[in-house]
Design a protein around this ligand. Structure first.
Ligand code: ADP
Ligand code: MG
Length: 211
C-alpha cells in the first residue's frame, strides 16, 4: 500500500496521464466530431504536451509550484473550453499541497477536491449534463470515500480511476446541455462525452503512474 508520494512519484503520475492522452487523442477527436468541432483530441494533446514541458522545465522540486505552473500553462492553451477547465483542475490541486514535500492519501483527496472546486467555479454544468464533470465528480468522490474508508493512495486512485471510467461511459446515454454538443440536442445521445473521456484517461494514467 502506498502511504505517501513525493515530487518524483507525482511527476510519474502526470507523465503517465500525458501518455494516456497521447495514445488516445485520435479517439478523443472522433468523439468531439459527433457533437462538437472535432478539436478535443488536438487540444488535449497540446495541453498535455504543455504539462510535460512544464515538468521538464520545472526547477526546485516543489509539488505546489509544479502543479500551479502546470495549471496556469494549461489554462492558456489554444483551443476552446478544455484548456481552462483542465488547467483549473491541475492548478486547483496545488493549494492543499502548499508547503508539503510528501503527500498522503488524505492530502491527495483534498487536492482532487480543490481541483474539482476550481473547475466548478468556471461552469454551471451539473451532473448529467454530459460534460467532463460526469467523470470528474464521481472520480473525486470515489477517492475521498476510499480515503475515508482507510485506503492508501494506490487503492484510492484505483477506485477513482474506476469511477471516472464508469462516469465517462455513462455519458453515452446523456443529452448534452453544455458546450458545443448542446447544439445537436438529442443527437448527442449515443456517444460518450469527449471531456469526460479525457478525465477517465487522466485518472487511468494516475493509477498506472503509481503502480
Ligand atoms: P470546445 O468545446 O471549445 O471545442 P473541447 O472540444 O476541447 O472544447 O472540449 C469539449 C469538452 O469540454 C466537452 O466534451 C465537455 O466535457 C467540456 N466542456 C465544454 N464546455 C463545458 C462547460 N461549459 N462546462 C463543463 N464542461 C464543458
Ligand atoms: Mg471541441
Amino acid at each position: 500500500m502506498t502511504e505517501t508520494i513525493g515530487y518524483n512519484e507525482l511527476v510519474g503520475m502526470l507523465r503517465s496521464a500525458v501518455g494516456q492522452i497521447e495514445d488516445n487523442h485520435e479517439m478523443l477527436g472522433k468523439l468531439d466530431s459527433f457533437g462538437g468541432d472535432g478539436d478535443h483530441g488536438t487540444t488535449m494533446l497540446r495541453g498535455m504536451g504543455i504539462v510535460a514541458k512544464t515538468i521538464d522545465e520545472s526547477k526546485g522540486g516543489e509539488i505546489k509550484t509544479l502543479l500551479s505552473d502546470i495549471g496556469w500553462a494549461v489554462m492558456g492553451v489554444d483551443g476552446g473550453a478544455a484548456g481552462p477547465l483542465f488547467g483549473s483542475f491541475f492548478g486547483g490541486m496545488s493549494e492543499p499541497a502548499d508547503g508539503k514535500d510528501t503527500i498522503d492519501a488524505a492530502t491527495l483527496a483534498a487536492m482532487f477536491e480543490a481541483g474539482l472546486a476550481s473547475v466548478k467555479a468556471l461552469t454551471r454544468a451539473k451532473l448529467g449534463d454530459k460534460t467532463m464533470l460526469d467523470a470528474l465528480v464521481p472520480a473525486v468522490e470515489a477517492v475521498q470515500q476510499a480515503v475515508d474508508d482507510g485506503a492508501g493512495i494506490a487503492d484510492a486512485l484505483e477506485r477513482g480511476a474506476a469511477a471516472a471510467e464508469e462516469g465517462a461511459a455513462a455519458t453515452k446515454d446523456m443529452q448534452a446541455r453544455f458546450g458545443r454538443a448542446k447544439n445537436i440536442g438529442e443527437k448527442s445521445v449515443g456517444n460518450a462525452d469527449p471531456g469526460a473521456t479525457s478525465v477517465s484517461l487522466i485518472f487511468k494514467g494516475f493509477i498506472e503512474g503509481v503502480r
